[in-house]
Design a protein around this ligand. Structure first.
Ligand code: AMP
Length: 280
């Protein structure tokens, strides 16, 4: 396994692999890797000749009062995990390499980037789309792997790939959870023991929605009310949003007669956790 920090060097490697007819699988991450990331890497390993994992805490997707500075980083542990998982290349540029002086171009995802997480994080998905398109251009993957954990991100990127005619297959992998149901996240380390204990209520709410749907409930308001009751059990939680929306335009759905995304974001102090499920 090699670690590449330089865009030209990464470009040269990708070009050579493509000329040799090798398929490249890309797993974009912000590092501090856990089993969620590793599930994407394993999927990429099974389906491609070359696996590239990018590790880049992307400044353009963080708002001014967000956790860019304190976002956890551990390149040594990440390298060991990638090596073990059979990654060929870690692409780990610094911010200066990706956004040099004079940088001005951004990918704007439109209205779907302003819904759900976009309400409290208005520039987030513009940053995500921009960095992912740059990674696609630098690494030229045939396949790219993303987690269902970030459901809105996946749907927006799928839209970007269609809208900009990118010749890349996106793969959405299931949410990997802790034993008690909390979705694995690099940000879980921010939680105090008490917050961590209460954070299982997100999964309790997800399960409640799935259970009601299985029992035949199709009214969004009824499902959302039952989910709110679950979240209310976490006294330290402050709900940012809890919604049932269409999977393409992310607009609210009253009656569930098609595929919907049930999504939430919940604050524990300044730590923001997300979870979701797809019904139908
Ligand atoms: P991040 O490093 O948090 O930006 O995540 C990088 C990729 O890993 C994204 O596609 C995430 O959706 C995915 N991911 C993060 N956590 C999980 C998880 N618990 N299960 C599955 N995929 C995940």
């Amino acid at each position: 396994m090699i670690i590449v920090n330089n865009i030209d060097e990464m470009h040269d490697l990708s070009n050579k692999w493509r000329q040799d007819g090798k398929s490249i699988g890309l797993v974009p991450t912000m590092g501090y890797l856990h089993e969620g990331h590793l599930s994407l890497i394993n999927a990429a390993r099974g389906e491609n000749d070359i696996v590239v994992t990018s590790i880049f805490v992307n400044p353009s997707q963080f708002g001014p009062n967000e956790d860019f500075e304190r976002y956890p980083r551990d390149m040594e542990a990440d390298s060991a995990a990638c090596e073990l998982a059979g990654v060929d290349v870690i692409f780990a540029p610094d911010a200066q390499e990706m956004y040099p002086e004079g940088y001005t171009t951004y990918v704007e995802p439109g209205a779907i980037g302003q819904r759900l997480c976009g309400v409290t994080r208005p520039i987030h998905f513009r940053g995500v789309c921009t960095v992912v398109l740059k990674l696609f251009n630098i690494i030229q993957p045939l396949n790219a792997y993303f987690g269902q954990k970030d459901a809105q991100q996946y749907l927006i990127l799928k839209r970007m790939v269609a809208d900009l005619n990118l010749d890349i297959n996106l793969h959405r992998m299931p949410i990997i959870r802790e034993a008690d149901g909390l979705a694995k996240s690099s940000r879980n380390v921010y939680l105090t023991p008490e917050q961590r204990e209460q954070a299982t209520m997100l999964f309790a709410a997800v399960k409640k929605a799935e259970q009601l749907y299985r029992a035949g409930e199709r009214d969004s308001a009824t499902i959302l009310a039952a989910m709110s009751d679950e979240l209310a059990k976490a006294s330290l939680a402050k709900v940012d949003y809890l919604q049932i929306v269409e999977t393409d335009n992310l607009l609210p759905v009253q009656h569930i007669d098609r595929e919907v995304l049930v999504a939430m974001a919940v604050y524990f102090g300044s730590t923001r956790l997300i979870d979701n499920t797809i019904l139908g």
